[in-house]
Write a new protein. Structure first.
Length: 494
RNA sequence: CGGGGCGUAGCGCAGGCCGGUAGCGCACUUGGUUUGGGACCAAGGGGUCGCAGGUUCGAAUCCUGUCGCCCCGACCA
């Protein structure tokens, strides 16, 4: 190898990320680290969310929080520790979470008579408190949620997707009647769908989970499922109807208008920091991230281009432009770093997925233009400076639409309707989702999982944006009549 | 927890078989030249080789144990 070739080789190692097609998993891990989203921590299975990732999460929180409040939900704060006994009160719940609980059984050197667990979710302690707050049907509904982190020990972890401590909101509501609770469950599911579609540019399928995949302790579980660029499914949000399971376990009862006693119908719902994994894996490309513009921590980066003698002048011009954009509500950053070349900056911001880059150099200044480049295009455009400002909102919208269409097409192209088990297995092997009729039998589902590593993702709702057609057919595996009146989505999952 | 791999500078690695107390690229610092797609030159700083024990005059290198990480499975938002 010549010296130059050696240098080039070293650069290839140093810069950029492994292409998705070479190794999707390596690509993901490298993007997370190199884009400064997160880093490993000394605590096994727990990540550190770095400033760029934290800024993204804050934007996610802000949008959702506004919408929760706009629909009369109230936030509150519960303890991170939950008495061990609480977890034990709901049978399915214990079974579901027991293996992954972190337990606190000492204070200082003193053993606790009753250990605490680090909350894996808060239904139990919230139920306990509600019992004390609820007297009459007039008190209902309770529309509560909290932002925080929860703990579930994971054997194999992966940044954002599966960490032993993760961040989320958990919504908890209690209602006097079943239909009200179910309406809440649907309202939240639709809100999550809207958030994914209109803010994150993530196409997702709203549907109901089969019994096997239900939340521990729920009567019914609804989810939004998205497809990542390796064809795997990611459950991106969930909304559960808990019936009266938890209210009976925690004595959440009230007096009805008819002067009878009844247990509340409760719901719970969540989107976690996992959604950041969905953003990365749905929109990323071989150059790195592509941030959906409406949530991007930095929507526009301005690169002042100049030599030593006029660099500071160009920075000042960049700041002026930034101020105009900020006045229009745009999140913008000026890359003032000196001593790194422009090419380095371009690649750096592309890796971080900033939707729009504006270059501003002496030549541009002289002729009153700027050079604009979208993250999703190879083309640079030269625009009058004023148009770069006035046209920016539309430009960001166009990038959003482009991302959504690209992801939706990918999902549709990688989903196949099948009616026989051989094709079923083959398509899954090819990284597709499979839409098939299923008998609804848990043992049959389990067998499919053993054969293919795939599980049911969900049964799309009648008004789901994708895959919602009703129909009748035989189970693709066992030939028994389909149980859901439509095809079920099967896929390998994160 | 079962199978496989790996722990040497911030990152990526070489050295190990044939013991003699550590090297390369990138990153970092300083100075200079550069700057419209991952700059160049020069001079520097930084590790004692995951940890513990053993063999030896001497261990990154050999032996034993242990911890941690990654990948494949089982578990999972």
């Amino acid at each position: 190898m010549t010296k130059d070739a050696e240098k080039k080789d070293n650069k290839a190692q140093q810069y950029g990320v492994t292409p998705q097609s070479v190794d999707f998993n390596d690509w993901y891990n490298e993007v997370v680290k190199k884009a400064d989203l997160a880093d490993n921590s000394p605590v096994a299975g727990a990540m550190v969310v770095r400033p760029y990732g934290s800024a993204l999460w804050e934007n996610i929180q802000r949008w959702l929080d506004d919408r929760f409040k706009a629909s009369d939900h109230e936030s509150l704060i519960f303890p991170t520790l939950i008495p061990m006994g609480f977890i034990m009160k709901e049978a399915d719940h214990v079974e579901g979470f027991a293996p992954e609980l972190f337990t606190v059984n000492k204070i200082g050197t003193e053993e606790l008579a009753e250990p605490y667990v680090m909350r894996p979710t808060s239904e139990t302690i919230i139920g306990h408190m509600w019992a004390g707050w609820l007297n009459s049907y007039r008190d209902l509904p309770f529309l509560h949620y909290q932002w925080g982190s929860v703990f579930r020990a994971e054997l194999r972890t992966k940044a954002f997707l599966r960490t032993s401590e993760f961040y989320w909101h958990e919504g908890h509501t209690a209602h006097a009647a079943e239909d009200e609770a179910l309406a809440e469950v649907r309202m939240i599911l639709d809100l999550y769908h809207e958030f994914c579609r209109d803010v994150l540019a993530l196409p997702v399928v709203r549907g109901e989970k089969t019994a096997t995949e239900r939340f521990a302790g729920a009567v019914s579980t609804f989810s939004i499922e998205g497809m990542m660029r390796d064809g795997k499914a990611l459950q991106s949000g969930t909304s559960h109807y808990l019936g009266q399971n938890f209210s009976r376990a925690f004595d959440v009862k009230f007096q009805t208008r008819e002067q009878k006693e009844d247990y509340a119908h409760t719901t719970s719902w969540a989107i976690s920091s996992r959604i950041i994994g969905a953003i990365i894996m749905t929109h990323g490309d071989d150059f790195g991230l592509i941030m959906p513009p409406r949530i991007a921590p930095v929507q526009v980066v301005i690169i002042p281009v100049g030599r030593k003698d006029n660099f500071s002048e160009m920075v000042a011009e960049g700041e002026k432009l930034a101020a105009e954009l900020r006045a229009g509500g745009v999140r913008v950053r000026v890359d003032k770093r000196d001593g790194v070349t422009n090419g380095f900056k371009y690649n750096d911001w592309e890796l971080k997925g900033v939707p729009v880059r504006i270059e501003l150099g002496p030549r541009d200044l002289e002729s009153g233009v700027v050079v604009v480049k979208n993250r999703n295009s190879d083309e640079k455009e030269t625009l009058p400076r004023a148009e770069a400002v006035s046209g920016l909102a539309a430009r960001l919208d166009a990038i959003h639409d482009w991302l959504y269409a690209r992801a939706a097409n990918f999902m549709l192209e990688h989903t196949t309707e099948v009616d026989d088990y051989e094709t079923f297995k083959q398509k899954l092997e090819e990284g597709h989702w499979v839409r098939a009729y299923h008998c609804g039998d848990a043992a049959c589902e389990k067998q499919i999982k053993e054969d293919t590593k795939a599980t049911t993702r969900n049964v799309p709702l009648d008004d789901a944006e994708f895959f919602n057609e009703r129909g009748e057919g035989q189970c693709a595996r066992c030939g028994q009549p389909g149980a859901y009146g439509k095809r079920v989505i099967f896929g390998r999952q994160y």
